[in-house]
Design a protein around this ligand. Structure first.
Ligand code: AGP
Length: 616
């Protein structure tokens, strides 16, 4: 989604805003712009395309003011163009906006009836008009904004400056994140922590319907009634380096190679290394449920909700939890669940998985479940994100900033955490004895080393990218816990190579998809040595008999599978059945990465996609 940066302080804003927007490029965008004070006026420069175009226009310009705002736009209303780029300026009011004003047609009709001249196709410009019409009455920006907020419907984060007040920025939100950075004699307001980290670690997360006013060297937070709020300042410990590529050509590749470390990091707080047993005693610390353990002991059903890769992490966890803890699990797409009338029996808890913690559908589903009176848990990667703050129990992927739009380390961190969480639930339900627990924990501790082996297949996909990318389509197949990995592998490939790919339960081939198969189709078979292996290999034989080009992932040297896999056989290390998904997904991530690279696409910022889908 859109990137927002606003600055007021003792420094010149241009470079701070541009550098901030660069850290938000991964969010995906198609145009950019700034509005910065210069000699008592607000100068606005906008450009279609990448930030480099805007940067070249700004190179020769020096703004003497100390206040400015900037924006990278991911088009929702109106084509990507300079005319539709933000900031939008109307009668001295300049705004940048992330989100969607859902009643924009009604507002547009009202403004046209009032004789306003509307110059763009965006919903954002309309907000600038509303403020510009209000400010002559209130004579101040904050008052004007308080008066127009009730007129807005939808999800939005908005930052405003007024050319009559060279030391003031007012921001407000309902939905997409807005974070206030509190520095030494300077403040920065942004849609993502990464734009703030270089200047200060002291931040305030704006909640919905709160307004932040930066005025001179001070800031004040108000509620929608204009009452002053005391908000805690949070100290974030992310350093800039962590959010940089650290020598890799792309964030995605860096994040793929970080996985052995991030998987180790996510499980470490819950394993007692000397006894090789679990230790979830810290979970209560992140819970508003008075006695979390007894609630979990009473658990009779777990619903898991997410979108995209996070949804696939939930589908994977379903196999762990049902088999290890013997608790019924259902996994739901947030975008479907939020509009259904779901029935949830008593002693049900709902787990929300979201890397960003800001996905609009998942936020809405969380709020729906809380309104229904059920306990909620979150598994997020961004502390203090909306989902993290609003769930009753907060759990973390703990894998640092994931910048590549295609999720990799957050997925394996989610699965690793949910794997040991299912073991913990199994213990609470007396389904797991100490010996089984120790054996499972040892397997988890061996996992990072085994992941290094799976990473060695990078060369295979680098060498085979040219031939693989010529196929008309890709079918990823798996059974049992490998089925969600097939779905995830297909998603990785389609989102960064734009090649058509589908994930399927291998047992479904005869129910239709096998009609797709001929010698122009590539099949990726995920077939680890588990209780379903024989079933999967018979599916591979059927596909091979129809000319499919097959790449297989198996356990160790499996001659039978190798013979059927004329496009390649990848031997994965032997591991606990519930840990194989973390191993088998790594070659699929590398496949997508190397094919995308070979096609010359923007791996970190694929077309049409955004890292965090903060609008419906
Ligand atoms: C995954 O590679 C995609 N970027 C996308 O499916 C993503 O997983 C989905 O939008 C959910 O995001 P979240 O985990 O931040 O909620």
């Amino acid at each position: 989604m859109c990137g927002i940066v606003g600055y007021h302080g003792h420094r010149k804003p241009k470079d701070i805003i541009l550098d901030g927007l660069k850290t938000l490029e991964y969010r995906g965008y198609d145009s950019a712009g700034v509005a910065i004070f210069d000699h008592g006026q607000v100068k606005r420069i906008r450009a279609e395309g990448k930030l480099s175009k805007l940067e070249s226009q700004l190179q020769s310009l020096d703004f003497d003011g100390r206040t400015g705002i900037g924006h990278t736009r991911w088009a929702t209303h109106g084509t990507p163009s300079e005319r539709n780029a933000h900031p939008h300026t109307v009668d001295g009011i300049s705004i940048v906006h992330n989100g969607i004003i859902e009643n924009y047609l009604e507002i547009r009709d009202y403004l046209l009836a009032m004789g306003r001249k509307i110059s763009s196709d965006t919903d954002s410009e309309l907000v600038a008009h509303l403020i510009a019409m209000e400010v002559p009455k209130t004579k101040d920006l904050l008052g004007a904004i308080l008066n127009i907020i009730p007129k807005l419907e939808g999800a939005y984060s908005i930052v405003v400056i007024w050319d009559q007040k060279a030391d003031e920025i007012v921001s407000f939100k309902s939905g997409p994140p807005l974070i206030l950075g509190i520095g030494e004699k300077e403040h920065i307001i942004a849609s993502d922590i990464q734009a703030i980290v270089p200047y200060t670690k002291n931040i305030i997360y704006l909640e919905d319907h709160e307004i932040a006013q930066i005025k001179g060297q001070h800031y004040t937070i108000y509620n929608s009634k204009g009452e002053v709020l005391k908000k805690p300042i949070v100290e974030m410990h992310w350093t800039v380096d962590r959010a940089r590529k650290q020598g890799y050509p792309h964030f995605m590749l860096k994040e793929i190679y970080e996985q052995p470390r991030t998987v180790a990091a996510v499980v470490k707080p819950f394993i007692s290394l000397d006894t090789e047993t679990l230790d979830f005693s810290n979970l209560q610390k992140n819970s508003t449920i008075p006695d979390l353990e007894s609630e979990l002991q009473k658990l009779e059903r777990l619903v898991i909700i997410g979108c995209g890769t996070s949804y696939y992490a939930g589908l994977t966890a379903e196999y762990f939890i049902e088999k290890i803890a013997q608790i019924p699990v259902e996994v739901e797409l947030a975008s479907e669940f939020r509009y259904r009338n779901p029935f949830l029996p008593k002693n049900t808890m709902v787990l929300f998985i979201s890397q960003s913690g800001e996905t609009a559908d998942t936020v809405a589903a969380l709020r729906k479940v809380k309104d229904m009176g059920f306990y909620t848990m979150s598994l997020c990667n961004v502390p203090h994100s909306t989902i993290d703050r609003e769930a009753h129990v907060r759990m973390y992927m703990n894998c640092d900033a994931e910048v590549g739009v295609a999720s990799t380390k957050a997925f394996t961190a989610s699965i690793a955490f949910l794997n040991i969480f299912s073991l913990y639930l199994g213990k609470l339900k007396n389904k797991v004895n100490v010996a089984a627990e120790k054996s499972h924990v040892r397997d988890v501790m061996d996992l990072p080393a085994q992941m290094e082996k799976a990473l060695s297949y990078a060369d295979f996909f680098k060498d085979h990218a040219e031939s693989l990318k010529t196929f008309k389509g890709f079918l990823f197949i798996g059974r049992g816990v490998s089925y969600p990995i097939a779905l995830e592998g297909a998603l990785k490939l389609k989102e960064i190579t734009y090649l058509h790919s589908e994930g399927y339960a291998a047992g479904e081939m005869k129910h239709g998809p096998i009609a797709l198969v001929d010698n122009k189709m590539c099949v990726i078979a995920i077939a680890p040595k588990d209780e379903l292996f024989e079933k999967t290999i018979s599916n591979v034989e059927e596909l091979n008999a129809r000319g499919a080009n097959i790449v297989s992932l198996g356990t160790g040297q499996n001659e039978k599978l190798k013979r059927l896999s004329q496009q390649g056989y990848l031997a994965l290390p032997d591991a606990h059945w519930s840990l194989t998904p973390i191993l088998s997904v790594i070659p699929l991530q590398l496949m997508a990465y190397h094919l995308s690279n070979s096609l010359g696409y923007d791996v970190d910022q694929p077309r049409n996609l955004a890292k965090s889908v903060t609008v419906e």
